[in-house]
Design a protein around this ligand. Sequence first.
Ligand code: NI
Length: 148
Amino acid sequence: MAIRNIVTLGDDVLRKVCRTQMQFDEKLWTVLDDMKETMYKAEGVGLAAPQIGILRRYCVIDVGDGLVELINPVITEMNGKQTDSEGCLSLPGRSAEVTRPQKVTVRAQDRFGNNFTITGEDLKARALCHEIDHLDGILYIDRAKRDK
Ligand code: NI
């Protein structure tokens, strides 16, 4: 495993719409392992492929209850609202209040291409929405009420 460089605001790669991941092979697994290591080292709760310069639809999340790898994730259900402070490893030292769904259900594939569904509330719902936004070139500042 290796620590990857995290791209920061201003790099075009953060503003692109990522492409579907079609191959579930060792190349993908290596990147996922690197993303996990990079996220933990940076003390983040999520990291999306474009943040390490890869324009593919996958991300990793760990809000403290274990690692989740999501390949080609799609939000299938959203409920409620929550407003809280949010940050991003690509915008170090910054945060802003962002309103997100209180609960979301996401359909995705695991690293072997198997389909699964995950439901998250509170911080997990926020992390899921934030990382999936990255795959469409959307940053939390686009949804923020005010920047701090
Ligand atoms: Ni982010």
